[in-house]
Design a protein around this ligand. Sequence first.
Ligand SMILES: Nc1ncnc2c1ncn2[C@@H]1O[C@H](COP(=O)(O)OP(=O)(O)OP(=O)(O)O)[C@@H](O)[C@H]1O
Ligand SMILES: [Mg+2]
Length: 226
Amino acid sequence: MSLINIKNLKKDYKQGTKVIHAVDDVNLEVGEGEFWTIIGVSGSGKSTLLQLLGGLDRPSAGTVRIGDREITKLNDSKLTKIRREEIGFVFQNFNLIPTLTARQNVEAAIAKRSKKDTKLSLEMLNKVGLKERVNHLPGLLSGGEQQRVTIARALINNPKIILADEPTGNLDSKTGQEILDILKTLNHENKQTVILITHSEYARKYATHTAEMHDGKLIVKKDRKN
Ligand SMILES: Nc1ncnc2c1ncn2[C@@H]1O[C@H](COP(=O)(O)OP(=O)(O)OP(=O)(O)O)[C@@H](O)[C@H]1O
Ligand SMILES: [Mg+2]
């Protein structure tokens, strides 16, 4: 059984008198441990698709299954639980809380609180190469360092799925490659499934699957084993 199964997914937005088909009848199956990249021009519906897939938004029609659950049918509290425990999000603009240190930002995302929180958050920050910066506020970190914090935060609950929306968009290419290398390592070592929206050729080289979005339609480009 596939880990993620999307059927006839649609999201319409009203813009004045016009209706925009932001996601237009998308079908997609993603297996455990796969690494997908999705490309497409601005406005083609990539972020909307990722938000539906991660339960951050609800579709106009169609279904999203994660494992054996149809997340589109769940109430808000059940959906929040799945989102917190099973999905890690990484966004282009980091979305860190400016008044919390790197470590506190990571700890704030822990789904099941315990005395081990600090140990766990330090472990995660170490994993993304930020051992020396754990007590810094986001404003004192470089873009690449901030993105590492968001990855540590996304991973803190050991999610099955990592959804990343142009995580290297605000970074120079070398720093961007380092961030992508971290995602690739996680995918390899922990068998975490990654869906990455990116224009980076570097990422497309090691993706197991690539797809393109055009006007709300998703076209799967190639299917290969890694
Ligand atoms: N909340 C909203 N209300 C109305 N229209 C929206 C909303 N969010 C997105 N749209 C529209 O849906 C379409 C798809 O937007 P989306 O943000 O998914 O594109 P994208 O491929 O992620 O673009 P980009 O590469 O610029 O991030 C666009 O036409 C956009 O204007
Ligand atoms: Mg977008």
